[in-house]
Design a binder for this molecule. Structure first.
Ligand code: WTA
Length: 635
C-alpha cells in the first residue's frame, strides 16, 4: 500500500559549493563506491580496521548459512569499548561527548571521561543486580542522559538492551518485556513533554503487573512527582549509583563480533511487533563508517540528531555512531515548539550546532509556524542538514534548504530501516541533490528496483526496492523467530538471494532513487512505524468491535494519519462516546501515536473472496479516487 507519491521534479538540481566539496571526507563518491564493489570484503575490512578489536577476524563475511550472514567472524570486540574506553586514552577524554538540554531548560554536559565513568558505575550496578552477559534488559525512559548511559552500560557488560520508546503504552511495553524475557527494567519516574509530565512509572507498574517476569525496576528521578515504589523490586537510580558497588571502573566484556547487542521492536505485517536483532561487530563498523561518510563528522562538529534514542535512528546516530567517531552530540528532551516554535533554532544558536539531522514531519511542523521564528536566530554555524523516516516532500526540502540552511547546507536525505542498522541510500555532501530523492546507495550497498519476478524496472517505473548484497549493519534475525526473518525478508527473492525492503521506489535516468512509500501494511505516522495489523488487533480487542480495518491517509504535517473502519458486534450502535472510548483504548493498547485520526463505524468491509480486507479499496473511497480492479471484491 503505497502511501504518497511525489512526482519527481527531476530537473531540479542543487550542487554543493566548492568549499563543501573540497572539505568533505568523501570527495569522490564514485570511486569509493567502485572500490567497495571491486572487493567488498576488503573494503569492509578496511573500515573495520579503524576500530579497536580484542582479537582480529578470521573471515570478514561468512555467507555459508545465508541469509544468516556473519560478519567479522571470530573477532572479539565490544562496541562500548569503541564508543568510550578507547577515547579515554586520548585527548578526547576532555572532549564533550554529550550535551543535554532538558525541556524546562535544564542542562548537563558530559565529557568522554564523565560519560565513561557514569557508564562504568551503572554497569557495575547492573552487575550487582545480577545482570549477566546475554541477559535482556528493557529500557523505557524519556530522552535523558541516563538512557544513553543505560544502553552503553548494558553493552559494556554484554547484556542485550531492548529500548522501548517512551510513547508506547503499558500493553505494548508488557508484550516487549514478555518477548525479551527481561528480568530487569530501567525507567524514569516521568518525562517532560510540552510542559506536562508523562507518567512513565505508572505505565511500568501496569506493564510489570501484566508481565511479572520483571524482578527489578531501576527508576531515574526526572520529574520528581509522587510515584509508588514497590519494596524489594523498585530502586532509585541515584541511590544505587551512590552505593560502593557503583565503582567507576568496569572492563568492557570481550564479546564475539556476532554476539547480540540489542533488540529493537518494530512493526511489520502481522499484529505482533518483531524484535530486530543487531550485534556488536558489524553494527559498530557500519554505523560509524556511514555516519562519517554522510554527515562528514569532524572533531570540531556539534552533531544534533533530533530523533528519539528509543528508535533506530537514535540507537545508531545519537548513541553508537557518534560516540565511536568521538563526536560531540546534542540531546534535547522535549518538543520542538516548547515553549515557543523557536526552541530548536535557539538550541542551534546556543550550542553552535553544525549538523542537524531530523525528520520531514518535524520540518513540516516547524515550517507551519513561518520563517520569522528561525529568522530571529543566528543559524550560521550549520553546515549540513539531514532528513530521515519518510520521503521528504520537495516543498519541505526547499524550506529546510532555504530558510534553515540559507542555501549553504546540503541536505542528506537518508533512506534506511530498523533492519538495516544504518544508512543505505543517501547522498554524501559532495554530490548533487534533487529534492525528494535519497540519491544513490552507500558504498558497499547494492540496491535496485525490481518487479515481482525480480526483473529490474526501467527508469521511471515503480517497483520493489531490494538490497542485493549483505552489509555489516544488517539485522541478524528476528529475535526468537528465525522463520519470520527468512519469510519476511528473504523469501520473495529467494532464488536471487536479495533482501526485500517492503518499500516501493523508482530510479530515474541519473540512477537516483526515489522512495515512494511502504508497499506492505506498514504506516508511517510522524515518521513512526506502525503496522495496520497491530492497530486492527488493538481495535478488535475492544469488546464492542467485531472487525476492523485501518489505512494510512496522507496528512500535511504527519505524512500519514490512521483512518479506521470498525464493524461493531451485533446489536451495538456507534456513538460519539464509543468513538472516544475506542481512541482511548488504542492509547492504552499501543500508545498515543497509534490513535486513529478518524474512526468510522461501517456495516461491512470490502473483502476478497478469500476474506482478505481490501485496504486499497477503502483508501480509494476515502480519497475519492477510482476504486480500480474490483474483480476479486466480495463485499
Ligand atoms: C521509510 C527509520 C523515504 C521507509 C530509519 C522505510 C524513508 C521505513 C526514509 C523504515 C527516507 C526511512 N525516504 N522513506 N529518507 N527513511 N523511510 O524502521 O519506508 O522506522 O522502509 O527506520 O521508513 O522505518 P524505520
Amino acid at each position: 500500500m503505497a502511501q504518497e507519491t511525489f512526482a519527481p521534479p527531476v530537473s531540479e538540481w542543487y550542487y554543493p559549493s566548492d568549499s563543501v566539496k573540497e572539505n568533505a571526507i568523501v570527495r569522490d563518491y564514485e570511486s569509493l563506491y567502485a572500490e567497495a564493489q571491486g572487493d567488498l570484503e576488503g573494503f569492509w575490512a578496511r573500515q573495520a580496521e579503524k576500530l579497536d578489536w580484542f582479537a582480529p577476524w578470521e573471515k570478514v563475511l561468512d555467507a555459508s548459512e545465508a541469509p544468516f550472514y556473519k560478519w567479522f567472524v571470530g573477532a572479539k570486540t565490544n562496541i562500548a569499548y569503541n564508543a568510550l574506553d578507547r577515547h579515554i586514552k586520548t585527548w578526547r577524554r576532555n572532549k564533550l561527548a554529550l550535551v543535554w538540554e532538558g525541556e524546562p531548560g535544564d542542562k548537563q554536559t558530559f565529557s568522554y571521561w564523565r560519560l565513561w565513568r557514569e557508564v562504568n558505575k551503572f554497569a557495575n550496578v547492573l552487575k550487582g543486580m545480577g545482570v549477566r552477559k546475554g541477559d535482556r534488559v528493557t529500557v523505557y525512559m524519556g530522552r535523558v542522559p541516563e538512557l544513553v548511559i543505560a544502553m552503553l552500560a548494558c553493552a559494556k557488560i554484554g547484556a542485550v538492551h531492548s529500548v522501548v520508546y517512551g510513547g508506547f503504552s503499558e500493553h505494548a511495553l508488557a508484550d516487549r518485556i514478555e518477548d525479551a524475557q527481561s528480568r530487569v527494567l530501567i525507567t524514569c519516574d516521568g518525562a517532560w513533554l510540552r510542559g506536562n509530565i508523562v507518567r512513565l512509572k505508572d505505565v511500568v507498574d501496569e506493564a510489570v503487573r501484566r508481565s511479572p517476569i520483571v524482578e527489578t525496576v531501576i527508576v531515574v528521578k526526572r520529574t520528581a512527582h509522587d510515584i509508588a515504589m514497590e519494596q524489594g523490586r523498585d530502586y532509585w537510580y541515584h541511590d544505587l549509583m551512590a552505593l560502593p558497588i557503583a565503582n567507576g571502573n568496569c572492563e568492557s566484556v570481550e564479546m564475539d563480533a556476532e554476539d547480540p547487542l540489542f533488540i529493537l521492536y518494530t512493526s511489520g505485517t502481522t499484529g505482533k511487533p518483531k524484535g530486530i536483532l543487531h550485534t556488536h561487530g558489524g553494527y559498530q563498523v557500519y554505523t560509524s563508517a556511514t555516519l562519517e561518510w554522510v554527515f562528514d563528522l569532524k572533531d570540531e562538529d556539534r552533531w544534533w540528531c533530533a530523533a528519539d534514542p528509543g528508535w533506530i535512528t537514535g540507537h545508531s546516530y545519537i548513541v553508537y555512531g557518534p560516540l565511536i567517531l568521538g563526536a560531540t552530540s546534542i540531546l534535547y528532551e522535549g518538543a520542538p515548539n516548547q515553549p515557543y516554535p523557536n526552541r530548536w533554532w535557539k538550541i542551534v544558536e546556543e550550542y553552535g550546532v553544525t549538523v542537524l539531522y531530523t525528520a520531514p514531519t518535524a520540518i513540516r511542523g516547524l515550517m507551519r509556524f513561518g520563517d520569522a521564528w528561525p529568522n530571529r536566530h543566528d543559524l550560521s554555524s550549520l553546515r549540513l542538514l539531514g532528513s530521515v523516516g519518510e520521503p521528504i516532500n520537495p516543498e519541505a526540502w526547499r524550506w529546510f534548504y532555504k530558510v534553515i540552511g540559507k542555501e549553504r547546507c546540503p541536505i542528506m536525505d537518508t533512506w534506511w530501516q530498523t533492519e538495516t542498522g544504518g544508512f543505505m541510500i543517501s547522498p554524501v555532501p559532495s554530490v548533487g541533490l534533487k529534492p525528494g530523492s535519497a540519491t544513490r546507495p552507500i558504498p558497499g550497498v547494492e540496491v535496485d528496483v525490481v518487479d515481482d519476478h525480480g526483473v529490474p524496472c526501467p527508469p521511471g517505473v515503480d517497483g520493489n526496492l531490494v538490497i542485493k548484497q549483505p552489509w555489516p549493519g544488517m539485522l541478524r534475525t528476528v529475535y526468537k523467530d528465525p522463520d519470520r526473518f527468512v519469510k519476511q525478508y528473504w523469501t520473495t527473492y529467494q532464488d536471487q538471494g536479495w533482501y526485500i525492503t517492503g518499500d516501493s521506489a523508482r530510479k530515474d535516468d541519473d540512477g537516483y532513487f526515489w522512495i515512494i512509500g511502504r508497499n506492505d501494511d506498514v504506516i508511517k505516522v510522524s515518521g513512526y512505524r506502525l503496522g495496520t495489523a497491530e492497530v486492527e488487533s488493538g481495535l478488535v480487542s475492544h469488546p464492542a468491535v467485531a472487525e476492523a480495518a485501518v489505512i494510512g491517509m496522507p496528512d500535511e504535517v504527519r505524512g500519514s494519519v490512521i483512518y479506521a473502519y470498525c464493524i461493531l458486534k451485533a446489536g451495538l450502535e456507534g456513538s460519539d462516546a464509543l468513538l472516544d472510548e475506542l481512541k482511548n483504548h488504542i492509547r492504552h493498547e499501543i500508545g498515543p501515536i497509534a490513535v486513529p485520526a478518524r474512526i468510522e463505524f461501517v456495516p461491512q468491509l470490502p473483502k476478497t473472496r478469500s476474506g482478505k480486507i481490501m485496504r486499497r479499496v477503502l483508501k480509494a473511497r476515502a480519497t475519492g479516487q477510482p476504486e480500480g480492479d474490483l474483480s476479486t471484491l466480495e463485499e
